[in-house]
Design a protein around this ligand. Structure first.
Ligand code: COA
Ligand code: AMP
Length: 641
């Protein structure tokens, strides 16, 4: 065992002297100007990494590798069963396309610090657009293609982009989703108007272009290539919006320097992928997992990344991921437990996996939601490699708890646990008063400051919200919003959110935002939205609504209208499908809706009748209503204890 690379020694060194630890990690990258100092606090008191340093993330991802012998090595393998396309892009070709697209963006006025929204499915052109923005020092914001025009408009108004790059369409299984009309609709709703919309035309979905404003993606590619612009380490690389507890999403900011240093480190220490090896993250470029481990992580490390346009099932079958492993010799794979549950549902015996040679696979990482032990065990038995559940958030951009597979002496992964703190993270479980709790006690999961490089330094143009949401509740800590506990052996278990955020198929949604939509219906007096347990997607949102006096709309008609409203405002990805009409909502005597009790009723959990409830009888009525409407996955009416 090499002590310098043992998990315990590395973690201890990262906390004992974070500045020294991360400066030594930064030295693995090419800096145009090396950082003068590792860590400083800005005027807000927020921590900033590598001040004075200058670098460019696109340069590190592409130019550096081309100059160091990887020109002909595949950088990107695009595998799209929905369009029956496969294409490999060597590093030199990806660099050429990116440099030319960056030239095209510059010709339409995109420069240092300008924002560019990217609204595209998993296609190489999206990845090229992201890297091209990075090359210019422009700030990209990828918006997941499943979001409806309203959500896109909210992000346009917040980010105020100079340009939007979109695809004309995408394919959901065999259904065509026309993206360009969604962009047009979003722009009709948005106050801010970008100068240009750049459209990547797909042959199955040709889009009309508005003269003057809209441009063909291919036109920009005809520009002369431009070099990478060195930017300060603290210059923003991208904004990624994520759900908060209200309808207004949070713009998580990622900076060039800390992000590059952290992701390169994670590829080595956590994922254990060597340069030249193949990594596949089965996610979407619109999520943090996609940005970090489809795009930047593998390219920073000189690996080959697999960009998959399809689903784990029905494109064409539940063996798709296993085919990818064999065909592309994937060493490390990353996906959400939902994807494994979807595969298990369609192929419970794992027969399709036996059709393929999976011997290249070294480990499977899972994140996005807690991996339930049944899914963990199934994957373990099927694949016969270590399965690593690891915990992170859009805010961190890379794992906070994991089993670091590149470090010696790491504790073995264990079903149900997200593992141990990653080097750089001092993860603590706190009680409501902000004091660390003993092992075995559930509490609030927090990280002692400073956060390591790569984590959000603030929210886009909203320092106050950053402070209020994450730092103010417990001074000296970053509050994650998750609850969990640590066992006596040091394994940490993340058990779910303690706020109004839910996780549907690994997608983070705000119940508060859905409540705002339901409350906007003319017949609804008040409502509560719960995230109830679901076998496939982990959680599903369900509405419990009270009608205004005198309203006579039937329950089913109202449900249909509410479902349509959520689909139109947030998008189909919300999976909002059920609403129950009740006479009253259960509340405390001070008027607080007992959402947790409602969820426990739906999930068939035992619960303690809150002593402050104003009218306990209402719970029996709601339970009966849920039974009548088959709301709740494994519904077994509980007795209050
Ligand atoms: N564009 C447009 N619509 C989209 C979309 C996109 N990019 N992604 C999803 N949708 C739509 C779907 O078509 C579906 O619409 P419908 O209600 O009209 O059928 C709806 O949003 C719900 O999507 P989803 O929950 O993904 O359901 P699904 O049946 O399409 O697929 C899974 C189910 C489990 C296969 C899928 O959720 C999956 O692969 N999950 C993996 C999770 C993941 O990658 N998480 C990212 C974080 S790691
Ligand atoms: P997102 O920002 O969309 O990546 O979602 C982050 C949230 O997903 C976290 O706050 C957790 O609630 C949940 N999450 C992510 N990974 C895990 C995990 N391994 N175990 C439990 N919850 C997780």
């Amino acid at each position: 065992m090499k002590p310098a690379c043992s998990y315990a020694a590395t973690h201890a060194a990262s906390l004992a002297d974070p500045a020294a630890f991360w400066l030594s990690q930064a030295a693995h990258l090419h800096w145009h100007t090396p950082p003068a100092e590792a860590l400083a606090q800005d005027a807000n008191g927020f921590y900033r990494w590598f001040g004075g340093g200058q670098l460019n993330t696109c340069y590190l991802c592409l130019d550096h590798h081309v100059q160091h012998g990887r020109a002909t090595q595949p950088a990107l393998i695009y595998d799209s069963p929905v369009t029956h396309t496969q294409r490999t892009y060597p590093y030199a070709e990806l660099l050429d396309l990116t440099a030319r697209f960056a030239g095209g963006l510059r010709e339409i006025g995109v420069g240092l610090g300008d924002r560019v929204i990217i609204y595209m499915p998993n296609v190489p052109e999206a990845l090229i657009a992201m890297l091209a923005c990075a090359r210019l020092g422009a700030v990209h914001s990828v918006v997941f293609g499943g979001f409806a025009p309203h959500e896109l408009a909210v992000r346009i108004d917040d980010a105020q982009p100079r340009a939007i790059v979109c695809a004309s369409g995408g394919l959901e299984f065999d259904r065509i989703i026309l993206y360009k009309p969604l962009v047009d609709e979003a722009l009709a709703k948005a106050r801010h108007q970008p100068a240009h919309v750049v459209v990547f035309q797909r042959d199955f979905a040709p889009a009309d272009l508005q003269p003057g404003r809209d441009l063909d993606y291919q036109t920009l590619l005809r520009a002369a290539p431009v070099p990478a612009v060195p930017v300060p380490a603290t210059h923003p690389l991208y904004i990624l919006y994520t759900s908060g507890t209200t309808g207004r999403p949070k713009g998580v900011v990622r900076e060039h320097g800390g992000h590059a240093v952290a992701l390169r480190f994670s590829m080595e220490a956590i994922y254990d992928v060597a340069p030249g090896e193949v990594m596949f993250a089965g996610s979407d470029i619109g999520w943090a997992v996609g940005s970090s481990y489809i795009v930047y992580g593998p390219l920073l490390r000189g690996c080959t990344t697999v960009l998959f346009e399809g689903k784990p099932v029905r494109t064409p079958d539940a063996g798709t991921f296993w085919r990818l492993i064999e065909q592309h010799q994937i060493r490390v794979m990353f996906t959400a437990p939902t994807a494994i549950r979807a595969i298990k549902k369609e192929d419970p015996e794992g027969l399709l996996a036996r059709k393929y040679d999976l011997s290249s696979l070294r480990h499977l990482f899972l994140a996005g939601e807690r991996c339930d032990p049944a899914t963990y065990d199934w994957a373990q038995q099927l694949l016969g490699v270590p399965i690593i559940d690891h915990w992170w958030q859009t805010e961190s951009g890379w794992p906070m708890l994991a089993t670091p597979m590149g470090l010696e002496g790491r504790p073995a992964p264990r079903a149900g646990s997200a593992g141990h703190p990653v080097p750089g993270y001092d993860v603590q479980i706190l009680d409501e008063a902000g004091q660390p709790v003993p092992a075995g006690t559930t509490g609030l999961v927090a990280v002692r400051l400073p956060l390591p490089p790569g984590c959000l330094p603030t929210l886009w143009h909203d320092d106050a919200r950053f402070r209020e949401a994450y730092l103010a509740p417990y001074p000296g800590y970053y509050l994650s919003g998750d609850g969990g506990y640590r066992d006596p052996e040091g394994y940490t278990y993340i058990m779910g959110r303690v706020d109004d955020v839910i996780n549907v198929a690994g997608h983070r949604l705000s119940t508060g935002e859905i409540e705002e939509i339901l409350a906007g219906h003319p017949a609804v007096a008040e409502c509560a939205v719960l995230g109830i347990a679901d076998d496939l997607r982990g959680q599903l949102p369900v509405g419990v609504v009270v009608l205004k006096d005198g309203q006579t709309i039937g329950e089913e008609a109202l449900e249909q209208e509410l479902v349509a409203a959520v689909r139109a405002r947030i998008g189909a990805l919300a999976c909002f499908r059920q609403a129950l009409v009740v006479k009253r909502l259960p509340k405390t005597r001070s008027g607080k809706i007992l959402r947790k009790t409602l969820r426990q009723i739906a999930d068939g959990e035992q619960f303690t009748l809150p002593s402050t409830i104003d009218d306990p009888v209402i719970l029996d009525e709601i339970r009966a209503g849920m039974q009548r409407r088959s709301i709740g996955s494994a519904f077994q009416p509980p007795e209050p204890i």
